[in-house]
Design a binder for this molecule. Sequence first.
Ligand code: KIV
Ligand code: ZN
Length: 502
Amino acid sequence: MSEETVKVLDTTLRDGEQTPGVALSPEEKLEIARKLDELGVDMIEAGSAITSAGEREGIRKIANEGLNAEISSFSRGVKKDIDSALDCDVEAVHLVIPTSELHIKKKLQKSPEKVKEMAVETSVYALDHGLTVELSAEDATRADPDFLKEVFQAGIEEGVQRVCVCDTVGMMMPEQIHELFSNLVKDIDVPVAGHCHDDFGVAVANTISAVRAGAREFHATINGLGERAGNAALEEVALALSEFYDYETNVDLESLQEVSQLVEQYTGIPISPTKAIIGANAFAHEAGIHTHGVLAESTTYEPISPEVVGQKRRLIFGKHTGKHAIKDELERKGLEPSEEQVEEVFQRVKDLGDRGKLVTDAEWSAIVDDVMGRSLEELVELQELTVTSGDNVTPTASVKVRFKDREFTEAGTGVGPVDAAINAVRKVVEGISNISLQEYHVDAISGGTDAMVDVVVKLTDGKRIIDSRGSSEDIIKASVQAMLNGVNRLLWDKKLGEEEED
Ligand code: KIV
Ligand code: ZN
């Protein structure tokens, strides 16, 4: 059976940016837009031009980048919004008109007739200025379906190229969405899009339902960002359509993970580890039965192969790890462990797990090296750490390390003493390798003010990403130790790898 193509309008840079706490710079928007274009989305809603001068700069940069995707700006049904969009050189406007009685009466304080007139007038204005118009009905799922159709038809008569039904506050369940779209598409001669929010956790299901009922475009955001509970997650809808239905999108599924991480980095909104498809645990296995199963036959506990969406399988070592996984992983590293060595690694991993700790990559490797008799050499050695901070003083730190018989000293400032120390260590590390810090978090603080603090960092040398821990009663020491433990681990693994190649 031939597959029907469904178009994707990505609204990460508009609805996604409306996630509380997110504000992207023009450069960040441009970089995300480039990645979205490579991903294969058909349309990019780059922002809302009326919002600010910075927003217009970002939209303009994207519009003039020569991307394949259609670039649009959000616009209310007012001419000055359309003028702002025109000022940004976009090709299209996402023209949004409230359609429910609630929005019309309480928000706009207008009559339905007046709102319909607004829709027509502004559609004509945008079309006359050469813009493609997607006429969107806000709060459409709470609107009178006849009025909704009337507004769309009035716009279509003037020439709008597409219409969109917004489930603005996630007020419908998948069956209701199916009914609404089925009734609508039979009377509408232009492509109908669905824009679903996740207030009841069914935005993805609703979007799929809309497509199954005849929508030939859907709106979505990377990582499901968006107002309140967010929008339908693009990665989930695209994968579900391709795995379970006869629809295709132009989305290159293998690039999903990369785009998702870029969006996470720039928006600062962390992806839950258990998030479908792109979460850190989506293809991670810890429990003994699961790792055993996956190693024997991946489909036992993996619905798709992780590479399909640009992910990698991860075997996590911790409290639930089984011996099979340990043996397999050691052999995968080219080691030939005896039964006793497997047992010893197993016990040490369980001990850490029982103390409620996740076993970081650095700890796992340190255990393996120790048991297999090839202990980690401390290649970068901390010699001195000095930190000053206080009222009316910029927190400053200086760090001295020894590496290959040379001393390296750097100073850093920060918003607090920990930040200053991390910045100093970052600089010193940059001077001796290409290792950089990706994530930092305080993993566990227990007890009183003299409690042990666990700091876990994620570091990368461009080829590998590892996590590593530092523990101390002093958070600054724990932070510096976590960084240096990870750096030593990456450098040591590289050295071992090079020796094995020789
Ligand atoms: O959810 C919504 O209704 C919207 C519109 C403003 C397009 O994002
Ligand atoms: Zn929305």
